[in-house]
Design a protein around this ligand. Structure first.
Ligand SMILES: CC(C)(COP(=O)(O)OP(=O)(O)OC[C@H]1O[C@@H](n2cnc3c(N)ncnc32)[C@H](O)[C@@H]1OP(=O)(O)O)[C@@H](O)C(=O)NCCC(=O)NCCS
Length: 155
């Protein structure tokens, strides 16, 4: 079940985050609390088996939705949770509430890149040394409303 993120969810989010990212890429509890409160209207948790198994934090920047962080607990991957979470942001584009959805990803993150490319995201920029260990990132953008609808309304 998807529901809006609340500040009380932050510990559950942090647990999924620490299982999903390299230690240097993990956001602190304090930052998560801030993001969850500040971007509350657009950030969601996915609850199953009585716990948080995935989350997405999306903030609105101008006319664009910026997906700041997204992850699924490793035990629950490849079941459509990541797609459901990503679609909370993509649906803003599908409904015309924003003109663009964008995000950053490590160039080596094949699983995430497959998900984003399946959704219609395109690489718009390579971000040199974007991550703290020196790895490059890609900035990906989705502006195609038709594509956004097709991806999120299909099974
Ligand atoms: C990226 C991530 C959120 C995907 O979550 P998920 O719940 O497994 O995603 P879904 O089950 O909805 O997958 C949707 C599609 O994405 C693609 N995909 C997801 N994981 C994949 C993998 N390991 N290998 C290849 N394709 C993959 C597939 O096209 C998949 O559809 P399919 O299962 O029908 O083939 C998850 O792998 C994760 O939490 N990774 C660690 C954190 C991270 O890297 N976040 C992104 C930072 S930018």
């Amino acid at each position: 079940m998807l529901r809006r993120c609340q500040v009380l969810d932050v510990e559950g989010i942090y647990e999924v985050e620490t299982k999903s990212f390299k230690p240097d890429d993990v956001y602190s509890i304090e930052l998560l609390k801030f993001l969850c409160a500040y971007c509350n209207d657009y950030s969601y948790v996915y609850v199953a088996d009585g716990k948080i198994i995935g989350y997405v934090i999306t903030c609105i920047e101008g006319g664009a939705a910026h997906v700041i962080s997204i992850a699924t607990d490793p035990q629950y991957r490849r079941r459509g949770v990541g797609k459901s979470l990503l679609c909370t942001a993509i649906n803003l584009l599908a409904r015309g509430e924003v003109q663009e959805v964008f995000l950053e990803v490590r160039v080596s993150n094949e699983a995430a890149l497959r998900l984003y490319k399946a959704a219609g995201f395109e690489v718009v920029e390579t971000l040199k040394n974007y991550y703290s260990d020196g790895e490059d990132g890609y900035r990906l953008s989705l502006r195609d409303r038709k594509r956004a609808k097709e991806f999120c309304y299909s099974k």
